[in-house]
Design a protein around this ligand. Structure first.
Ligand code: ADP
Ligand code: GLC
Length: 495
């Protein structure tokens, strides 16, 4: 190993402490893989109400109590606690500031379905608080690894506000963008919080553009190195405004410092051989238990068990980006096939009502859970035969990786990380791990589902298809080595 690196990883969510999506899965797994490579890795996140202090044994740290963080003309006092990522020696710090973080939702108020109106302040405090924590710890990381818009002010603060502060002169930044759709765009007045004492006129402030403060744009501008979570998505976001969401020109301008690194899968959490949620166990070489997982899943959701009828599963945030308009368009035709459809998801009201109605219409074949349920997510991964993921855009996608690992064959749109992780089934050569459709068109999606259902009827072929998916290597070890290279690039660039 080259030099042992000191890395602070900043995440707005980390599994199992608090989670809304795949970002948390990465936050819970990548730090452990990097630690296994011998680096000094620490993580920092906000202490939301969802973080269970007792279960995860959060401890007070004397020198991290009552840290003052200047937010405009106000000084706020944060507490920082510490724990370990489960089954590891990776230390994680929690920024505790109850007025901001001790709430029911992470970003969205479940009562209104809307983003909290003070999210800009909440995440400026997180960014500033992370830097103040380092100072109190007297720990100078080589790199602060920022993830998504919530951490976007860290590169700016380091480069533009602390540039002549000797404590931070040898700390550089990597900004990982997990999804360009979410940028954290707020009124320009929020920049008031970035300056000690505040500012009278935000309009002339350097990072204000078009009257707004864009966290992600700011992070991308000032980070020493950038990456996103698959090679294909890395190309897509530079090639059109549809994917780049307005940041494509900035990304193109930095394309030499912008890489794509595919995520891995945490085998301590997602593994059909030892998954405590599924009450059965199986492997690629002994897959018999999968049928039992299917029976248990159907029983759990109250559908009759018919072993030869394929179960199409989905676990997903209910947003248009995930392709739900396509699913709605094909749904009546999908129901003409003899299949089960099981969905677990939370999100937009229009999709929720559509699926509620679908369940009512097809009560013997459709089950919909509009909740967040970790246990059901595992049962769906294990007990389904096929996993549907028709995302219009998918930066990486983790659920298709989980499905492959559990012998649940993915049906995906060929985009982003889906294109990079699923291999197209080829009937003549008997190769591949899943089914694709190329154009985001309902007819094409239906065609892919029909092909999957046909192949399913040939149980020998289907078993071979499952086996190929289950034996692919999606461990974090390869990806974590690539992150070490990115850290080194950030350091060389920043020096
Ligand atoms: P994204 O991060 O865009 O939502 P990913 O595929 O990367 O998509 O990751 C989604 C993660 O969130 C997976 O771990 C998935 O199991 C989980 N997930 C999504 N919706 C739910 C839900 N309603 N209940 C439980 N887990 C969910
Ligand atoms: C984002 C993306 C998803 C990715 C996850 C983790 O939420 O939407 O594709 O897998 O981040 O990187």
């Amino acid at each position: 190993m080259k030099k042992k690196l000191k890395i602070l990883m900043a995440f707005s969510e980390v599994a199992p402490f608090a989670k809304t999506g795949g970002l948390a899965d990465v936050g819970g797994a990548l730090p452990k893989a990097l630690k296994d490579l011998g680096h000094d890795i620490r993580v920092i996140m906000p202490q939301y109400r969802e973080v269970n202090e007792r279960r995860y044994i959060l401890r007070d740290v004397i020198r991290l109590q009552n840290i003052s963080v200047q937010m405009g003309d106000e000084s706020l006092q944060i507490q920082v606690k510490s724990a370990f990522l489960p089954n590891s020696k990776v230390q994680i710090y929690f920024i505790d500031y109850k007025p901001f973080y001790f709430r029911e939702g992470l970003y969205v108020d479940p009562k209104t379905g809307k983003d909290y109106s003070d999210n800009a302040a909440r995440f400026i405090l997180f960014c500033k608080g992370a830097l103040e924590t380092l100072r109190k710890l007297q720990w100078q990381p080589d790199v602060i690894h920022c993830n998504d818009w919530q951490t976007g002010m860290i590169p700016f603060l380091l480069k533009k506000k602390h540039h002549d502060d000797p404590f931070f002169t040898k700390t550089f930044t990597l900004m990982t963008i997990h999804n360009f759709v979410y940028q954290g765009i707020y009124p320009a007045t929020s920049v008031h919080l970035l300056e000690n004492g505040g500012i009278a006129d935000p309009s002339g402030y350097p990072i204000v553009e078009d009257g707004t403060l864009n966290f992600l744009r700011t992070g991308i501008t000032d980070a020493d190195w950038l990456n996103t979570v698959s090679e294909t998505y890395c190309r897509e976001v530079q090639s059109s405004s549809e994917f780049g969401c307005g940041l494509e020109d900035l990304l193109k301008a930095r394309s030499k410092e912008f890489d794509g690194v595919i995520n891995g899968l945490d085998e301590t959490v997602w593994n059909p051989e030892k998954d405590s949620f599924i009450e059965t166990s199986y492997t690629a070489d002994a897959p018999e238990g999968k049928q039992e997982a299917k029976r248990l899943l159907l029983e759990k959701v109250g559908l009759p068990y018919r072993p030869d009828v394929p179960v199409i599963g989905m676990t997903s945030r209910l947003t248009s980006q995930k392709g739900f308009d396509l699913i709605q368009a094909v749904f009546p035709k999908l129901m003409e096939l003899d299949v089960y459809f099981i969905l677990l998801g939370q999100g937009e009201a229009r999709y929720q009502s559509f699926f509620r109605a679908a369940q009512k219409k097809y009560p013997k074949r459709v089950h919909v859970s509009l909740t967040f349920d970790e246990s059901l997510a595992h049962r769906i991964a294990a007990g389904s035969d096929m996993f549907l993921m028709p995302s219009l855009q998918e930066p990486c996608g983790l659920t298709q990786l989980y499905s492959l690992k559990y012998g649940t064959v993915p049906i995906v749109h060929q985009t982003g990380g889906l294109a990079d992780t699923v291999k197209l089934y080829d009937g003549t050569k008997n190769k591949g791990t899943g089914f694709f459709f190329q154009k985001p068109d309902p007819e094409k999606l239906l065609e892919a589902i029909r092909t999957a259902v046909q192949v399913y009827a040939d149980s020998t072929r289907w078993k071979q298809l499952m086996f190929r998916g289950m034996t692919e290597d999606f461990s974090w070890s390869a990806a974590s080595r690539k992150y070490v290279e990115l850290y080194q690039k950030a350091i060389s660039k920043g020096l």
